[in-house]
Design a binder for this molecule. Structure first.
Ligand code: CMX
Length: 419
C-alpha cells in the first residue's frame, strides 16, 4: 500500500499531461469579459486561478475534490484520491508525530513574545522562522532541477502541518497558562494531539469537534485571502514556511479569519447590553445599531457564497446534537433568524446569510475554550492543510510566478475616452 508521497508521485505525471492537454485544446479561448469594476472591486469573480483541491459554488458551498461536507464526513478518514486503509492513516499520524517537534530557537521566540501580542502574530512569527530548516530552500540553494521541486516542497509541507500543534499549544499555554506542554502521542490522530496540547484531551466530544473543525476550515477554493496569499508567495518559490506565514497574516484580518473572534466579541457585547434571553425585537435593534455605527455584522456575508454556508450548517448540526440547550447556541440561532432579514432590508450586502465564522466560537466556548483571540489560530492550523496541498501541486505542475497587470485610473479613462 503506497504512502501519501508515493501516491502523489503516481498521480503527478498524469496530471501534468492533463494540464498540457487542457492548455493545448483550450489555452487560447476567452474566459469571458473583464469589466473595469473588477479592477476597482477587489477582483471579485475574476477567473484567475486554478486549484483542484476544492471548488466553491455560490449556491451550494464548498466541495473537496468533488465531495460535499456531508459526503466527506461519511468517507473520513479515507481521502477520495488516496483511499487509505486504516493502517495507512495510522502511518500518516505516526509520520506527523515524528516530525512534530519545533527547534528550540523557535520555542524561545514564542516564549519571549509578550502575552499581549496577538496569538496570530505569534503564530506567523513561529511559522516564518521554521524556514530555517526548509528542505525546499536548501535543495534550491543546491541547484535542484525544476521537475523535482515538489519533493522537498512535500517534505516541508508535512513538517509544517506536523509542527503546528506544538506551536499552537505553546502559544496557548504561554498566553493563557496551563503549564508545560505534554508530549504528542504517535498512536493518536492529529486532532486528538492538538486537543491534548491545548489541554482538552479528556473531552472526547471536543476532540470530535476539532475533527469537524479542521476538516471544514481546511480549504475554501483558491481565491480567498489566505489560500491565495499562500499560492502567490509560493509562486516566487518562497518555501512553504514563508508562504504559509504570509497566509496567516491574511487570515488574521477581521474580514477573513479573525471574524470568528469578532463574532464572539459581538455576541458577548450584545449579551451584556441586552441580558439573558433578549426579545427578537431587542436583537433586531442591536443588529441595526451595529450597521448604523458603520460596522459589519461579523459572521455574515460572503464574497462568493449566496446561500447559508454548509460549514455553518455542519456546525449547527453538531450543536443541535451535542449542546442544544447551551444559552449561547440559542442566541446564535436567534441571530440566524434575525440578521439575514435586517441585512436584506439594509440592502447592501450581496449575501445576507451566515458564513463559517458565525458558529465556530460558540462551539469552542461550550467546551471551555473561551479565549476568543485564540480562535483564528485554530482556523490557521486547519487552513495549513489546504495551502500545503496547493503548494505541492503548484510545484508539481510548474506554476509560474504570479504577475497580474495593474492599471492607473488615467489609463482606464484614456482607454475608454471616446467609447
Ligand atoms: N455586515 C454589514 N455590511 C456588510 C456585511 C455584513 N456582514 N457584508 C457585506 N456588507 C456590506 C459591505 O461592507 C459592502 O459595503 P460598502 O458598499 O459600503 O463597501 C456591501 O455590503 C457589499 O459587500 P458584498 O459585495 O456583499 O461583500 P464583499 O464581497 O465585499 O465582502 C465579506 C465579503 C465577507 C468581507 C463581508 O460580507 C463582510 O465584511 N462580512 C463580515 C465579516 C465576516 O464575517 N468575514 C468572514 C468571511 C468568511 C471568512 O473568510 O472567514
Amino acid at each position: 500500500a503506497p504512502t501519501l508521497k508515493e501516491r502523489l508521485a503516481d498521480l503527478i505525471p498524469a496530471e501534468i499531461e492533463n494540464v498540457k492537454a487542457t492548455r493545448a485544446e483550450h489555452g487560447k479561448k476567452s474566459f469571458g469579459p473583464v469589466i473595469v469594476d473588477q479592477l476597482y472591486g477587489g477582483m471579485r469573480g475574476l477567473p484567475a486561478l486554478i486549484w483542484d483541491g476544492s471548488v466553491l459554488d455560490a449556491e451550494e458551498g464548498i466541495r473537496f475534490r468533488g465531495m460535499t461536507i456531508p459526503e466527506v464526513q461519511q468517507a473520513l478518514p479515507k481521502a477520495p484520491w488516496w483511499v487509505p486503509t486504516q493502517e495507512q492513516v495510522n502511518a500518516l499520524s505516526r509520520d506527523w508525530a515524528a516530525r512534530s517537534s519545533i527547534p528550540s530557537f523557535v520555542e524561545e521566540i514564542l516564549d519571549r513574545c509578550p502575552p499581549t501580542l496577538h496569538p496570530m502574530s505569534q503564530f506567523s512569527l513561529a511559522v516564518t522562522a521554521l524556514n530555517h530548516d526548509s528542505a525546499f530552500a536548501k535543495a534550491y540553494a543546491q541547484g535542484i532541477s525544476k521537475k523535482d521541486y515538489w519533493q522537498p516542497t512535500f517534505e516541508d509541507a508535512m513538517d509544517l502541518i506536523a509542527k503546528l500543534p506544538n506551536i499552537a499549544g505553546r502559544i496557548f499555554r504561554n498566553v493563557y497558562g496551563g503549564g508545560k506542554l505534554p508530549a504528542i502521542e504517535a498512536d493518536k490522530d492529529y486532532s486528538y494531539n492538538l486537543a491534548k496540547l491545548l489541554g482538552f484531551a479528556d473531552k472526547p466530544e471536543f476532540v470530535e469537534l476539532l475533527r469537524l473543525y479542521i476538516t471544514i476550515h481546511s480549504d475554501h477554493e483558491g481565491g480567498n485571502v489566505s489560500a491565495h496569499t499562500g499560492k502567490l508567495v509560493g509562486s516566487a518559490l518562497s518555501d512553504p514556511f514563508l508562504a504559509f506565514g504570509a497566509s496567516l497574516n491574511g487570515l488574521a484580518g477581521p474580514l477573513h479569519g479573525l471574524a470568528n473572534q469578532e463574532v464572539l466579541v459581538w455576541l458577548r457585547k450584545m449579551q451584556s447590553k441586552l441580558g439573558e434571553n433578549p426579545t427578537d425585537e431587542a436583537v433586531r435593534e442591536y443588529v441595526w445599531s451595529t450597521l448604523k455605527a458603520g460596522q459589519v455584522v461579523p459572521g455574515y456575508g460572503h464574497a462568493v457564497l449566496r446561500k447559508t454556508d454548509p460549514r455553518y450548517m455542519a456546525q449547527r448540526e453538531f450543536a443541535l446534537k451535542h449542546l442544544p440547550d447551551d444559552p449561547m447556541f440559542k442566541l446564535v440561532s436567534q441571530v440566524f433568524n434575525i440578521v439575514p432579514n435586517v441585512l436584506l432590508e439594509a440592502g447592501k450586502a450581496k449575501n445576507p446569510w451566515p458564513n463559517v465564522d458565525a458558529h465556530s466560537g460558540v462551539l469552542l466556548t461550550h467546551y471551555g475554550l473561551d479565549q476568543m483571540n485564540f480562535y483564528t489560530v485554530l482556523f490557521g492550523v486547519s487552513r495549513a492543510f489546504g495551502v500545503a496541498a496547493q503548494l505541492i501541486w503548484d510545484r508539481a505542475l510548474g506554476a509560474p510566478i504570479e504577475r497580474p497587470k495593474s492599471y492607473s485610473t488615467a489609463a482606464i479613462q484614456k482607454m475608454f475616452k471616446d467609447k
